[in-house]
Design a protein. Structure first.
Length: 262
């Protein structure tokens, strides 16, 4: 009976180009082992830039919506718009370039899939700089790690490093709320490091999300004696108000809540 079952299975699998039987001991026969070939056209929609309609070059992803474009395409687009070209969300009110990241893994995949694309791109870049009499940039080479004698030391700096664009630290102080606001608790972590280009609108969204505030709740944010507007950036506020707004290197913002009556 076992022999009959095996023969039936073989008959069912005949004609399937992906199915191959091995030798008696279960190992694949190297002559019959085949890889499934995938047509590049099947993958093309996933490796094309929707702006230039070409294959990704320096694939760059918007962190807000995870849509990817060529780096030069998305940077050029952000010169005149702060919205994603694909889904139209606002990437950043004033500096959308802060919210993009190179996707090196995706770019490596594109170069492996498209024959000679990497070589052609390198040649075009070389010709571009040579025609303008400029020095051709050298590819980044990873720096060798110096070998030290004795016990190895842990280098904390290589484990975590604060990105340079997060250049302002803020202290968010809850100043209570008017009568009828309920029992709102202040933030557990009131120290935040953020880009100086972030606006008061971003700070309000952060507070609403962290405190789970109802849309009817009004959030007032104050620095010193100044009631701040949504469009003001943290860097502008720090420059305008000066040292009176800073405490131990932190930009101090006070926030209050007002609940509209039903």
């Amino acid at each position: 009976e076992d022999d009959e079952e095996e023969e039936m299975e073989e008959e069912e699998l005949e004609g399937d180009s992906g199915a191959r039987f091995g030798t008696d001991d279960g190992e694949l026969d190297s002559d019959d082992d085949r890889e499934r070939m995938i047509n590049l056209a099947e993958l093309t929609p996933y490796i094309l830039c929707s702006i230039c309609k070409g294959y990704f070059i320096d694939a760059t992803t918007i962190t807000e919506c995870l849509h990817t474009f060529c780096k030069s395409c998305i940077v050029r687009h952000f010169y005149y718009s702060n919205r994603c070209p694909k889904c139209n969300i606002v990437v950043h009110q004033t500096q959308p370039l802060y919210n993009i990241r190179l996707d090196r893994q995706l770019q490596d995949i594109v170069y492996k899939l498209v024959v000679n694309l990497e070589e052609r791109e390198k040649k075009q870049m070389h010709d571009f700089y040579k025609e303008r009499g400029l020095e051709v940039p050298k590819p980044a080479v990873p720096q060798p790690v110096p070998v030290s004698r004795g016990r190895p030391r842990k280098v904390l700096g290589s484990v975590f490093r604060i990105p340079p664009e997060l250049d302002i630290s803020i202290l968010l102080e809850f100043i209570g709320a008017n009568e009828g606001t309920g029992s709102f608790k202040p933030l557990e972590k009131k120290f935040v490091r953020v880009s100086g280009e972030a606006t008061i609108g971003h700070v309000e969204k952060f507070l609403r999300r962290k405190m789970d505030l109802d849309p009817t709740c009004q959030v007032d944010i104050i620095c010193g004696d100044h009631l701040l507007e949504h469009y003001q950036t943290l860097r502008e506020i720090r420059q305008a108000i000066g040292e009176s707004a800073v405490q131990d290197g932190l930009l101090v913002l006070h926030y209050g809540l007002v609940v509209s009556p039903l």
